[in-house]
Design a protein around this ligand. Structure first.
Ligand code: ADP
Ligand code: MG
Length: 525
């Protein structure tokens, strides 16, 4: 419907005739509904007993995951308000790496509560103010929940394990994966904080996830240029080249008229000595491992193999960059420029084959403290989900180590926040008080959902949790094996980084208040 105004009797069109406009309550409620629907779609994946989703795209590719951010990203959501909830999950993933489902579900419930308030004639701006006030109280409550004890390796392992439970890692392996994750993060912990970018994750099909291990270096998909080359070189001097070790082929095809056997032999000899020359130059340089982004002729590879040099050819550019940054090598563009000063160093370079895949392991590189979590799993879906779970775990452990702050998981922190908000709501004047209280109600979704996903009655669980919080202080709904109990999460090692909760409160509040404030949607065709 186009907008029309009259000016001097002439109709004036300020919008294209094709654009769509929705206003007032209609706009509010359709946006809120869309946002709620998105949050609802990930609710069943929350927590240790959360279920997975199988997402099939238009090309038939299948993703099986429990990860909120991945689900929302794969869902191809178009509605603009719904898209804002997707962005909550995305920013959560970006900022702290975990808690994406929690954040999306809280945002959805804030919208649901806002809808009720609008129906009771509370104005959107009042709701927005109330929500912001409540969010401030929530952040204070999170500070109060921070564990007193220092964040040591044991707590970091608990953080890792809590983030991985329910992620299809197979309960048995969660502990050993957690140990690997903590070891990786410790490895890149510096005075300037955790260098998360120096941790790589490399997935490799073909063994059980128990075989997942930490490689003290980098792993690249590269295979030796010749079968007879060594499979392992210790204390390696490494040359990284952008050089072709093959007979020079000109831009144009040159044709030579060869009239005699002598001429032919001379041509072959010339070629042979050119190739031999390449091999000799490399050997003389003293490099014992060579990576080059270009071709290496079989005869050169053969000659180098005889000299015990390990060569990788046709190297991908990103692999070349990784090797350079790990070993401290300088890339060399012409063979005659190769000298020892350009070499990188590594304690060990080895190759290994996994089914059809050949991999090179560059361990103990001299330049960067990179480590690689080498993820194993029986099927592609298993390794993919494991890679996401380990990615989340690395993020939360890095976050927890950097900030040194963890809070109880299993819904205990949300119960404590809601309790504090309700306490302080009493002092808030007017209708805004309703909004502050609604915020507390919205946070109840986390313990309620954890209960529902373990097959418990969510209302009973909530009542019991509040009572336990009142009498014991910390109370979460702990899942351990087959058992579900209400207890202090710290006693059971269920801990989340404080920053994950802070980010969830902030990003959910931001999205919900932004959506609630909109009362006019103008969409161009
Ligand atoms: P998110 O995407 O929000 O991280 P998850 O599915 O990873 O969603 O679930 C995280 C929630 O599960 C957190 O509230 C965390 O405290 C809780 N949790 C983790 N382990 C347990 C456990 N053993 N018992 C109960 N709750 C747990
Ligand atoms: Mg999680």
């Amino acid at each position: 419907m186009a907008q029309q105004r009259r000016m001097g009797g002439q109709p004036m069109f300020i919008m294209s005739e094709d654009s769509q406009r929705t206003q007032g309550r209609d706009a509010q409620s359709s946006n809120i509904m869309a946002g709620k629907a998105v949050a609802e779609s990930v609710r069943t994946t929350l927590g240790p007993r959360g279920m997975d989703k199988m997402l099939v795209d238009s090309g038939g590719d299948v993703v099986i995951t429990n990860d909120g951010a991945t689900i929302l990203e794969e869902m191809d959501i178009e509605h603009p308000a719904a898209q804002m909830i997707v962005e909550v999950a995305e920013s959560q993933e970006e900022e702290v790496g975990d808690g994406t489902t929690t954040a999306a579900v809280i945002a959805g419930n804030l919208l649901g509560e806002a809808e009720d308030l609008i129906e009771q004639d509370v104005h959107a701006t009042t709701i927005v103010e109330g929500y912001h006030e409540a969010a401030e109280i929530a952040l204070e409550a999170i500070d109060e929940q921070v564990q007193e004890a220092d964040v040591d390796d044991e707590i970091l392992k608990q953080v890792a394990e809590s983030s991985m439970t329910g992620k299809g890692t197979g309960g048995l392996t969660a502990r050993s994966l957690a140990e690997t994750v903590v070891e990786a993060v410790r490895h890149v912990d510096t005075d300037a904080g955790v260098q998360r970018d120096n941790i790589n994750v490399h997935t490799q099909l073909g063994a059980s996830s128990n075989a997942t291990e930490l490689i003290p270096g980098i792993v690249v998909d590269e295979e030796p240029a010749h079968d007879a080359m060594p499979t392992e070189v210790e204390d390696a001097s490494i040359a990284v080249l952008d050089v072709e070790l093959d007979v020079r082929t000109g831009e144009v095809d040159a044709e030579y008229a060869i009239d005699s056997i002598d001429q032919l032999n001379a041509a072959i000899d010339a070629e042979e000595s050119e190739l031999q020359g390449y091999a000799e130059t490399v050997v003389d340089s003293g490099a014992d491992v060579v990576f080059t982004t270009d071709d290496v002729a079989d005869r050169v590879a053969n000659a180098l193999a005889k000299e015990g040099v390990l060569v990788f050819d046709d190297l991908g550019d990103s692999d070349a960059k990784q090797i350079v940054s790990a070993t401290g090598a300088t890339r060399v563009g012409a063979l005659e420029d190769l000298e020892e000063a350009d070499f990188g160093e590594a304690e060990r370079i080895r190759t290994d084959s996994f089914g059809d895949d050949e991999l090179a392991f560059v361990e103990g590189g001299a330049a960067a403290e990179s480590v690689t979590v080498f993820v194993r799993g029986g099927t592609e879906h298993v390794v993919d989900e494991l890679e996401r779970a380990i990615g989340d775990a690395l993020d939360v452990v890095a976050t927890a180590l950097d900030s040194g702050e963890v809070v109880p998981g299993a819904g205990a922190t949300e119960i404590a926040i809601a309790d504090k908000i309700r306490e302080e709501a009493a002092a808030v004047e007017g209708r805004k008080q309703l909004a502050v209280n609604a915020f507390a109600d919205a946070l109840d979704v986390v313990p309620r959902t954890l209960a529902a996903n373990t097959g418990q009655d969510p209302i009973d669980a909530l009542v019991d949790l509040r009572a336990a919080h009142e009498s014991e202080g910390r109370a979460g709904l702990i899942t351990s094996g087959e058992d579900v109990s209400i207890d202090d999460p710290f006693e059971h090692g269920v801990v989340d980084p404080a920053d994950v909760k802070r980010e969830a409160v902030e990003s959910a509040t931001e999205a919900a208040t932004m959506i609630a404030r909109i009362d006019d949607v103008i969409a161009a065709e």
